[in-house]
Design a protein. Structure first.
Length: 178
């Protein structure tokens, strides 16, 4: 699937994709919280571990970039297996959430407390991109603004996890609305 590169509006797909990659790169290659693996094979490709949104990023935009909503999973535990939130097998999904309740009770509680809270325009993806540490070329009309040095920023943040200062900033965006 081709990712959007439309940056003409503050909430267009290009900004959403830039934010997602800048946020999630921080979790890439970290140890899986279930098994400790940092990579695995999925569909005959080696893939590094990744951040999984406990609350759906599509339904819960307010928590899309909230570090409290992320659990690091290897490809096996993220995309399929006997214990995965994205499995097509209901038993595997239940097994994952049973594990989560037992081993990450604070994340289960976070999900329970926030599942009915909806996004109400608290941020635009362009503003979030800046909060996440991205740089923006602000020349001309806003519709011409674009990310700058995105791949450099990805390399800078990749696999570093979430630093405390950024986590606190992102948390404030959500707490103000809880």
């Amino acid at each position: 699937m081709k990712r959007s590169t439309n940056y003409s509006g503050a909430d267009t797909g290009g900004w959403l994709n830039a934010c997602d990659s800048l946020f999630l790169c921080r979790y890439r290659g970290l140890p899986c919280e279930v098994c400790g693996a940092t990579s695995g094979v999925y569909n005959r490709r080696r893939i590094r571990s990744m951040g999984h949104h406990a609350l759906s990023k599509e339904l819960h935009r307010l928590f899309r970039y909230d570090p409290r909503n992320i659990i690091v999973l290897c490809p096996d535990h993220h995309l399929g297996s006997r214990m995965s939130p994205h499995s097509k097998d209901g038993v595997a999904v239940k097994s994952f959430y049973d594990w989560l309740n037992k081993n990450r009770p604070e994340l289960s509680l976070f999900m329970d407390m926030h599942r009915d809270i909806r996004f109400d325009g608290q941020y635009t993806y362009r503003n979030m991109y800046k909060l996440l540490g991205g740089e923006v070329v602000e020349k001309g009309a806003m519709k011409y603004w674009k990310p700058s040095r995105h791949s450099v920023k990805i390399s800078e943040f990749e696999g570093k996890g979430m630093d405390g200062k950024l986590a606190q900033i992102l948390k404030c965006v959500q707490i103000a609305n809880e």
